[in-house]
Design a protein around this ligand. Structure first.
Ligand code: NDP
Length: 327
């Protein structure tokens, strides 16, 4: 038997409760992992609240990421005792996920726990932090200049917090955009050079080009914010489009691309190829300071996930929620 957060239909709504399940209920897969930690991401918020149509079949165990130890394996790459991490591959959406003491998945989806991280810290990073690293790597691949101001939107959230800490560690002048003044000290501790209120970004762009300011941007907000940011990018600079916390519509013009050679870089963590995953986790172990990681932690047990899942959709979670599935 193992403990899991189980989602099921309660009338039209989806209810979430911790249950004891029999191992025979686990889905097909060639590796069974004793999960130590999972985490809470924006997508987990959608899944746990039954939003976004992501889950087609109930009962369902959510959790789009986890870290733990291989218990049984029929996969050639893994043996019992190996420390592993999983993010993406639609685990926690179309297949049972990591908000449970046991998870069964394809061994092809696992990566080794990078040296320098334990299971808990790997899940403080989690999908949000892994995606932030992919965004930074994309900006680097497109020649982000050092010395200029780099904007991070949704800065006090999961992706934003990790992006702020990594970019600051790499020597960029991070300007953190947030709607929560109470997070300013926290963002400065992560390395933000300065803070900027998010509300002006919410207004539709009045002009196709505004004054050039940003040498790069990691955007987890989308919508009007992304449109405004595109109009403010410096010549040849890039925006990594990560999220849609502020909306999934993008109303813009082609002018920033044509007159300033601005690049709009799409970031996907779910189907990210294995080689890039391994490289990103190595970079995380190297470029994300432990002190910054520790400053981001909100720790929870399985039973607290439903409350926090509602909070994350309201933009009320600061940093990263790490879930101790054995608590
Ligand atoms: P969080 O909720 O932790 O962070 C989102 C932040 O966005 C909030 O903390 C808030 O920051 C800001 N925000 C929230 N609502 C609004 C709004 N209406 N207008 C403007 N800003 C808002 O989520 P995550 O960091 O986990 O995820 C961020 C986004 O990235 C999500 O859309 C998620 O789906 C996406 N994502 C995409 C991935 C990919 O593979 N492309 C992987 C992981 C996440 P503040 O309070 O500082 O203003």
């Amino acid at each position: 038997m193992f403990k899991a957060l189980v989602l099921d239909h309660a009338g039209a709504a989806v209810g979430a409760k911790v249950h004891e399940l029999d191992e025979s209920a686990l889905p097909a897969g060639d590796v069974t992992v004793a999960v130590e930690y999972s985490s809470l991401n924006y997508k987990d918020g959608l899944v746990v609240n039954g939003a976004g149509g992501l889950v087609k079949k109930y009962p369902h165990v959510p959790g789009i990421d986890f870290a733990g130890t291989v218990r049984d394996s029929r996969h050639p790459a893994w043996k019992p005792g190996d420390a592993v991490v999983l993010t993406g591959w639609r685990v926690g959406e179309v297949q049972w996920g990591g908000l449970a003491q046991l998870a069964r998945v394809s061994g092809d989806w696992l990566v080794p726990l990078p040296s320098g991280l334990d299971a808990r810290r790997a899940m403080v990073v989690g999908t949000a932090g892994f995606t932030a690293m992919l965004a930074v790597m994309a900006l680097e691949a497109h020649g982000i200049a050092t010395g200029g101001e780099v904007l991070v939107t949704g800065a006090a959230g999961g992706v934003g917090s990790v992006a702020t800490a990594i970019l600051a560690k790499l020597g960029h002048a991070v300007i953190a955009s947030t709607g929560r003044a109470e997070t300013h000290d926290y963002l400065r501790r992560l390395g933000a050079r300065d803070l900027i209120d998010r509300s002006p970004f919410a207004d539709a762009a009045a002009r196709p080009l505004e004054s050039e300011r940003w040498a790069g941007c990691v955007d987890s907000v989308g919508g009007n914010t992304l449109a405004r940011v595109l109009a403010q990018m410096r010549y040849g600079a890039s925006v990594a489009a990560v999220g849609l916390a502020g909306g999934n519509k993008l109303q813009t013009t082609v002018i920033p691309f044509l007159l300033r050679g601005v690049n709009l870089l799409g970031i996907d963590s779910v189907m990210c190829p294995r080689e890039k995953r391994l490289a990103a986790w190595q970079r995380i172990a190297r470029d994300l300071p432990a002190a910054a990681l520790d400053a981001m932690i909100v720790e929870a047990g399985l039973a607290e996930v439903p409350r926090l899942a509602a909070d994350i959709l309201q933009g009320r979670v600061r940093g990263r929620v790490v879930v101790d599935v054995n608590r």
